[in-house]
Design a protein around this ligand. Structure first.
Ligand code: A3P
Length: 304
């Protein structure tokens, strides 16, 4: 079914799962493709900070860190609204303003903290023209695909995930929403020296949260004390965010996020893929990974 017909909505939101549509070779949710002109012509400002990721790489976590840095570690200021209102999702173009990142961004003053899953070649031009700082977070592909699989069960906007073996195959072929994980992580990696991109890894954030928060802080041009950085690390731990209604997406209605299927903050671990991949799947994945990543050596860690 055509994504436009299926879920462009009645004005209340997306009531049913979307299908994917091709935008310049990248499969995106139908309504994003329908409104692509608006995304493409989005106006960025130099003070805007972009948080770019392939889905499930720790976007929400990084958003919370950046908002806390902007607010000097003041937890009350950061609890002013749920994540998606504080830091809109650029390409999410639902008719419902609760979900439409673009509509929200149009009413916000810079500096804005903007989430996107777009691969580098699809970022709106004004982001480059304005010279925005971009924080890219990458997560190892095995944990990414496991997290995405659970997310697609719970997020009733996303296409039906179907059985795990076929899902894994679609991930490896770049057929899930936002396209190939391999091209996504390589695209930002190859440009990071030439552009204003801080490239981070989920696994490092998990192992060395203090150090990685400091990196983000310095990149954004802030000087916060060790005490404040420590406080930000504590406020953005998995447990703290899981219990924070402004950071755990609990305000998204059950008609969109089916929490019987999974929580948004599900496990937050490195290596959960070991509970999902069979030995055969792992061997096939490893062989494919070597070929797919042959032209770009990115130091991913699958365990910490
Ligand atoms: P899991 O499904 O493996 O638990 P995104 O925000 O990009 O959609 O990424 C979601 C993933 O990041 C989920 O992974 C979620 O649990 C994890 N995550 C969110 N906040 C986290 C935190 N503070 N620490 C560790 N992982 C976190």
């Amino acid at each position: 079914m055509d994504g436009r017909m299926e879920c462009s909505g009645s004005g209340k939101g997306w009531e049913t799962r979307c299908s994917l549509q091709d935008v310049q070779g990248i499969p995106l949710l139908g309504p994003i493709a329908t409104h692509w002109k608006r995304v493409e012509t989005f106006k960025a400002f130099p003070e805007d900070v972009i948080i770019a990721t392939y889905p499930k790489a720790g976007t929400t976590w990084t958003q919370e860190i950046v908002d806390l840095i902007f607010n000097h570690g003041d937890a009350d200021k950061v609890r002013r609204a749920p994540t998606h209102f504080r830091m809109p999702f650029l390409e999410m173009t639902a008719p419902n303003p609760t979900l439409s990142g673009l509509t929200q961004l149009e009413t916000m003053e810079p500096p804005r903290i903007i989430k996107t899953h777009l691969p580098i070649q699809l970022l709106p031009n004004t982001i480059w023209e304005a010279g925005c700082k971009i924080i890219y977070v990458a997560r190892n592909p095995k944990d990414s695909v496991v997290s995405y699989f659970h997310f697609d069960h719970m997020n009733l906007i996303q296409p039906e995930p179907g059985p795990w073996p076929q899902y894994l195959d679609r991930f490896m072929k770049g057929k899930l929403g936002w396209g190939s994980w391999y091209d996504h992580v390589k695209g930002y990696w190859k440009e990071k020296e030439k552009k204003n991109i801080l490239y981070l890894f989920y696994e490092d954030m998990k192992e060395y949260p203090f150090r990685e928060i400091q990196k983000i802080m310095e990149f954004l041009g802030y000087q916060l004390s060790g005490e404040v950085v420590g406080k930000i690390a504590q406020l953005t731990s998995f447990a703290a965010m899981q219990g924070n209604p402004m950071a755990n997406y609990s305000s998204v209605p059950d008609t969109i996020f089916n929490r019987q299927a999974s929580q948004f903050l599900r496990k937050g671990e490195v290596g959960d893929w070991q509970n999902h991949f069979s030995a055969e799947e792992d061997a096939a994945f490893e062989a494919h990974y070597i070929t797919a990543m042959a032209d770009c050596s990115i130091p991913f860690r699958f365990l910490i």
